[in-house]
Write a protein that binds this ligand. Structure first.
Ligand SMILES: [Zn+2]
Length: 344
C-alpha cells in the first residue's frame, strides 16, 4: 500500500470517529473545518503531493479529491440525520398522542334564522308563497301606495333613513304588499320576510336594523276571522299548543279595521304578577295586523267590492324573544357562542 493510501485510510478513520462524536450542528461545522477547511487535514495532504515524483502527482490528486468529495457527502448525510432527529424530538415533546382530542364545535342556525324558517314553513304549508323585495324603496311603495299621503303624520312615525328626497331604506316590509298585488291578480297569498331599517336608538327592545315578516292574503270573501285563525295557528306552531291570541283596536293607514295582535305569555301564562316578559299582564304584543284598506286595493287596480284581504307585519326579533325567552334584542348581535349554543 502506498504511503498516500495509508494516509487516506488513517484520515478516513479519524474523520469517521469525529463524525460519530458530533451531536449538534456546531460540532459538525467543527468537523468540516478540521478536515475540509482551508487549513484542514485534506489541504495538508494535498500539499504533500508536491513531494511525490511528477508522474504520480495527477493520480494522487484525484485520489485525494475523491476522498474529499466522499467526506463532504457523509458530512451532509450526518447533518440531515441530525435535523431529522431534532425534528422528531420536537414533535415528541409538543404532541402528546394520548391527550384527549378537542371535539369540533358544531355550528347551528342563528335564532333569528330559525324563527324565520319556522314562520315560513307554517305559511308555505298553507299555500302561501315567499316573496323577497328590495331594501331600498321609492317612497311611493313605502308610503303613498299604502294610503300614507305626503302630508300624512304617520310618515313621521316611521323614522326612516332617507337616501334622497324620494328613496329610503324601507322601514317596514309592507311595500311588498303593493309589489305583489301589482304583479298578480287575486287571489294572492304571500309572506315577505326581510330586513327593515328605522332611526331608532338601540336598546333592549329596538335595533335600527331588524327583520320583519309581512303576510298578505287577498281573495273574494276574506274576513277578519281568517286573519285570527291564521295567526292563532302561527302562534301555536311557534310557541306551543296552548297559545291564545287577542286583538286590540289600533290604527294603521293601510288597514281598516286595524289591530295590535297579542299572544299569551309563554313564560307565565298570565299566572305570575311580576313576570318580566309580559309585565304581569299575561299578554305579549306581536305586531300590527288588519284588513287591507280599500284605498290600497284600489291603488293596485283591485276592486274592493269583489275582493278583500288581511295583512300583518311582525318583527322576527320579537317572535324570537317570546320563543326563546330572551330579555334583550341586542343579544342577537353579540356573537356570543354560549348564547347561540344555548339556543341551538
Ligand atoms: Zn308573563
Amino acid at each position: 500500500m502506498s504511503e498516500l493510501a495509508r494516509n487516506l485510510n488513517a484520515l478516513d478513520e479519524r474523520f469517521a470517529a469525529a463524525l460519530a462524536q458530533a451531536d449538534d450542528e456546531r460540532a459538525l461545522d467543527a468537523v468540516r473545518v478540521a478536515f475540509l477547511g482551508r487549513s484542514g487535514e485534506v489541504t495538508v495532504l494535498r500539499r504533500s503531493i508536491g513531494r511525490l515524483p511528477a508522474h504520480e502527482r495527477p493520480g494522487a490528486g484525484k485520489e485525494i479529491n475523491d476522498a474529499a468529495l466522499a467526506m463532504e457527502a457523509r458530512l451532509e448525510d450526518a447533518r440531515a440525520a441530525l435535523q431529522r432527529h431534532i425534528f422528531d424530538a420536537d414533535l415528541a415533546q409538543s404532541i402528546d398522542v394520548t391527550f384527549p382530542a378537542i371535539a369540533p364545535v358544531e355550528g347551528s342556525l342563528h335564532p333569528i334564522r330559525r324563527v324565520l324558517n319556522d314562520v315560513c314553513a307554517y305559511f308555505e304549508r298553507r299555500g302561501f308563497s315567499i316573496v323577497l323585495g328590495p331594501e331600498v324603496e321609492p317612497d311611493y311603495y313605502v308610503f303613498d301606495a299604502l294610503n300614507i299621503a305626503t302630508d300624512h303624520p304617520a310618515r313621521e312615525g316611521f323614522d326612516s333613513f332617507f337616501l334622497s328626497d324620494t328613496l329610503l331604506l324601507r322601514p317596514h316590509t309592507s311595500p311588498m304588499q303593493i309589489r305583489t298585488m301589482q304583479l298578480h291578480t287575486p287571489p294572492v297569498a304571500v309572506i315577505a320576510p326581510g330586513k327593515c331599517y328605522r332611526r331608532d336608538a338601540v336598546d333592549a327592545r329596538h335595533l335600527y336594523q331588524f327583520n320583519q315578516i309581512e303576510g298578505l292574503l287577498v281573495a273574494p270573501g276574506i274576513h277578519f276571522g281568517h286573519l285570527k285563525g291564521t295567526l292563532l295557528g302561527m302562534c301555536r306552531h311557534l310557541f306551543g299548543p296552548d297559545q291564545q291570541v287577542r286583538f286590540r283596536p289600533s290604527y294603521f293607514p293601510f288597514t281598516e279595521p286595524s289591530a295590535e295582535v297579542d299572544t299569551t305569555c309563554p313564560r307565565c301564562a298570565g299566572f305570575v304578577t311580576q313576570c318580566k316578559m309580559c309585565g304581569g299582564s299575561g299578554w305579549i304584543e306581536l305586531g300590527g295586523a288588519g284588513m287591507v284598506h280599500p284605498n290600497v286595493l284600489r291603488e293596485v287596480g283591485y276592486d274592493p267590492e269583489t275582493v278583500s284581504g288581511w295583512a300583518f307585519g311582525f318583527g322576527i326579533e320579537r317572535l324570537g324573544l317570546i320563543r326563546y325567552d330572551i330579555d334583550d334584542v341586542r343579544r342577537y348581535l353579540e356573537n356570543d357562542p354560549d348564547f347561540l349554543e344555548q339556543l341551538g
